[in-house]
Design a protein around this ligand. Structure first.
Ligand SMILES: *Cc1c(COP(=O)(O)O)cnc(C)c1O
Length: 352
């Protein structure tokens, strides 16, 4: 008996197809699969996306580029962190494409691997990672002579369509890269939704593929079912859990489920969220423990075998909101102790 995380790869592939359909036919749609495909499992996710037609993948670290499983010959893998100290052999031996993101990285990379493929990330105002656009402009001729495969920048506020920062970054990216004759990419999920001005030659969605905001039309692709290990009756005045933070005013039935904050279920959700039995909400009572959660099942007719934390009645984004975080963090924290059940488009199921 283990908690069971079901991942709908067919829905995930459909999300990618829908995002792909939002840009013109001559705009390539890549897929961001960093952090083990946002926690869902890179090899399985990549297999599903290859089936949908994706050929270009982005990871954060070079090691992640090696963990994507079997790729096709025409696939490309870009590494957002660029050319970090110590990554020389990883990058060179595996034909990864570093997205160089500082003048220092550019210099070291050109010294070490002058004939290897590369891309560039420009900073256009986010001030997180990237070559200052001014430095790019002043070194533009030499940089272009070395033939980058792609020039990238990243939007800071793409999930807020009305934020004027989007236009300002678009403008700076356009000015710096005008006439470069190299593929350009500015849009992640949010940028795709901002419209065609933001699409350039390549879009690179991440979170939308996994069915989360800001891609409102995305399909949910995860169900998380937590098995009930014990059910008990408690009396008025009894408390539940560490710190005795919840106290009963009447008789209640408490179910204890097998999962906790060690499985990425935020401790902040104690006393503030629900698990579900079908459509029936069952409030979490008391604190979340490392491996266990206590839930009020007084409203159920029968003892449930499991309760659902993520599914049709509670999306990743609504759970995230309860925990004062974002869907990205809920997904990337999904525990390693779950049985993972992958549903492929073919109808095939694989259990990890
Ligand atoms: C994570 C990331 C993306 C994908 O963003 P989403 O919001 O998940 O679509 C794209 N580009 C860069 C540079 C990133 O770090």
């Amino acid at each position: 008996m283990r908690a069971r995380l079901e991942i709908d790869l067919s829905g995930l592939a459909d999300n990618w197809r829908d995002l792909d359909g939002m840009s013109a036919a001559n705009v390539e749609t890549a897929a961001v699969v960093k952090a083990n495909a946002y926690g869902l499992g890179a090899p399985e996710v990549v297999e599903a996306l290859l089936g949908a037609g994706a050929r270009t993948f982005f990871v954060a670290l070079a090691e992640e580029g090696l963990a994507l499983g079997e790729l096709h010959d025409d696939c490309r893998v870009f590494v957002f962190s660029g050319y970090l100290e110590g990554d020389r052999d990883l990058i060179a031996d595996n034909n990864l494409v570093p997205v160089l993101c500082s003048p220092d990285q550019v210099r070291r990379f050109f010294d070490d691997l002058p004939d290897h493929r590369f891309a560039l990330q420009l900073d256009t105002g986010m001030n997180r990672l990237g070559i200052p656009d001014s430095w790019f402009i002043s070194h533009r001729r030499q940089l272009l002579e070395a033939r980058p495969e792609l020039i990238v920048s990243h939007l800071a506020c793409a999930d807020e369509p009305d934020n004027s920062m989007n236009r300002r970054q678009l403008e700076r990216f356009g000015v710096a890269t005008q006439g470069v004759g190299v593929s350009r990419s500015l849009a992640a999920t949010g940028g795709i939704l901002l419209g065609s001005d933001y699409h350039f030659e390549l879009c690179r969605p991440g979170i939308g593929i996994y069915g989360c905001l800001p891609f409102v039309a995305g399909r949910s692709v995860v169900n998380l079912n937590l098995p009930v290990v014990q059910v008990m009756e408690i009396s008025p005045g009894d408390s539940v859990g560490y710190g005795a933070t919840w106290r009963a005013s009447d008789r209640r039935r408490i179910a204890t489920v097998l999962s906790g904050y060690a499985d990425g279920i935020f401790r902040h959700l104690g006393n503030t969220s629900c698990l579900y039995s079908g459509p029936v909400p069952c409030p979490v009572l008391g604190r979340i423990s490392m491996d266990l959660i206590t839930v009020d099942v007084s409203g159920l007719q029968a003892e449930p075998d499991y309760l659902q934390l993520l599914g049709p009645n509670q999306s990743v984004d609504s759970l995230a909101e309860n925990a004062s975080t974002i869907g990205y963090e809920v997904l990337t924290r999904l525990g390693r102790r779950y049985d993972r059940v992958y549903k492929f488009a073919s109808g095939r199921t694989r259990i990890e």
